[in-house]
Design a protein around this ligand. Structure first.
Ligand code: SF4
Length: 444
């Protein structure tokens, strides 16, 4: 990607949106001026009681400080949120006291990965602390410019497994269907940072038709994961059409959607959206949550709506240094996800994308985290820790080894406390002989 030196240059360099897609990527607009300090969010979670508050304290205080004239109707309208995304240095400085590093990175990093934060998600960030986990994941840092050996713009080799634009076909029976490259909020560690926000994968009808056609003429595909960008940024009509076309293909057994909307723009999960999604069952959803601070009353309500519509929810979480790599934070996140009816599914080792070293833990730190979680919480709370193998090798589970080996006919096991146990596991021949010996003698 070519470098541009300022945010305004970056905005000017951004490809124009096709007019038919205006609903999918609303234009930027001015941020309401205000600048009082706001209390820091910490305990934003509410148990998902049906008659709970509709707004988290963080969002309420943020609105009072920065958007006093904005109505509930506007604030809770996902299109309003999307139109008012914070995308420039000037807008960012209204909400955050930027460090020198952040300021410089925003000016210089515009071309590497676009910056965008919804007002709702901004309400969850610390105004003054650049080390706050959530803030680090959406505000650029100069560390994004540091490239270390092993990193690549496309570490998973997705581009080499793309038979048609927007389709990644790595496994025989399933594909990744990239509906668009737009996200309402851009994560600084995004695996697809080479694509997102560039306009390369606009949701134009001819591209989507070609991608759907590829699925139609490839009978081995039984599972389609619709991702992006964020597919829930599409208008309901367009998403309905994509889902309907794919569901109509006889060999497609079920659909999945990958989205971060419940975390960054929960207002998107409207009754109209879930009513439409329900038409396309079996439909599963992978929701991207990182940190307990994202598990707000708004996010809880969004997940409840999806669950009530019969959509099973599984979480995908990226392990990030200084964000969620300590046991307390991760355990709190996993517990809150369960309370939100989201099954923790995958914990990803951060992909080695260019400029991601400051986000990556070592694999042994990830294994140690999993070891400390296992046995100390509900089994349902434990995601599978995986590495998406560089070069297109797919997801490989990384397991702490609990099997110590064999002693005679026993398997030697170590539990979460480090205690050793035996499990009788004679070879099949021995088992058959023992079984035969116990059989009753047949009588005439
Ligand atoms: S929501 Fe997903 S696709 Fe969009 S920037 Fe974040 S990680 Fe990337």
């Amino acid at each position: 990607m070519s470098q541009v030196s300022t945010i305004s240059d970056a905005a000017a360099a951004a490809p124009p949106l096709p007019s038919e897609e205006a609903d999918d990527e609303p234009p930027d607009s001015n941020v309401v001026p205000a600048s009082t300090a706001r209390p820091q969010t910490f305990s934003t979670f509410f148990p998902p009681h049906r008659r709970g508050p509709r707004q988290s304290p963080a969002a309420r205080d943020f609105r009072r400080a920065f958007y006093p004239e904005v109505t509930d109707l506007e604030w809770n309208d996902w299109r309003w949120q999307s139109r008012h995304r914070i995308r420039t240095l000037a807008q960012m400085e209204r909400f955050l006291v930027l460090s020198k590093d952040e300021r410089r990175a925003i000016i210089e990093a515009g071309s590497l990965l676009p910056m965008g934060v919804t007002p709702y998600y901004m309400s969850l960030l610390s105004r003054t602390d650049p080390t706050q986990g959530l803030r680090r994941t959406v505000v650029p840092s100069m560390q994004e410019f540091v490239r270390v050996p092993g990193e690549a713009d496309d570490p998973l080799g997705e581009d080499s497994h793309s038979p048609v634009p927007g389709v990644i076909h790595r496994y025989p029976d399933r594909i990744l269907f990239l509906a668009l490259d737009f996200c309402s909020t851009y994560c600084r560690y995004c695996t697809r940072s080479r694509v997102v926000g560039t306009g390369e994968l606009a949701p134009k009808e001819d591209r989507l038709v070609a991608a759907i056609d590829y699925v139609r003429r490839t009978p081995t595909i039984r599972d389609v994961l619709i991702s992006g960008g964020d597919p829930l940024a599409l208008s309901e009509d367009k998403l309905d059409w994509v889902l309907g076309e794919l569901r109509a293909i006889p060999h497609v057994e079920f659909l999945r959607i990958g989205t971060k909307m419940p975390a960054v723009l929960p207002q998107r999960i409207t009754p109209t959206l879930v009513k439409m999604l329900k038409k396309h069952h079996p439909l599963w959803m992978s929701v991207h949550f990182l940190h307990p601070d994202e598990c707000t009353v708004e996010a809880t309500r969004a997940c409840a709506r999806l669950s009530d519509a019969g959509i099973p929810l599984g979480s995908q979480t990226v392990l990030l240094k200084g964000v969620n790599d300590d046991v307390d934070t991760m355990r709190t996140l996993l517990h809150r996800l369960l309370q939100m009816r989201v099954r923790p599914y995958y914990l990803y080792q951060c992909d080695p994308i260019s400029g991601s070293a400051h986000f990556r833990t070592t694999v042994s730190e990830g294994m140690e985290l999993m070891r400390k979680l296992r046995g100390h919480t509900t089994g349902y709370a434990l995601p599978t820790y995986v590495i998406d193998a560089p070069g297109g090798g797919g997801k490989i589970p990384i397991q702490t080894d609990y099997v110590l080996g064999r002693e005679g006919d026993d398997v030697m096991l170590q539990n979460f406390e480090g205690k050793v146990y035996r499990y009788p596991d004679p070879p099949p021949d021995t088992a058959r002989k023992l079984h035969l010996r116990r059989l009753p003698v047949a009588r005439d």
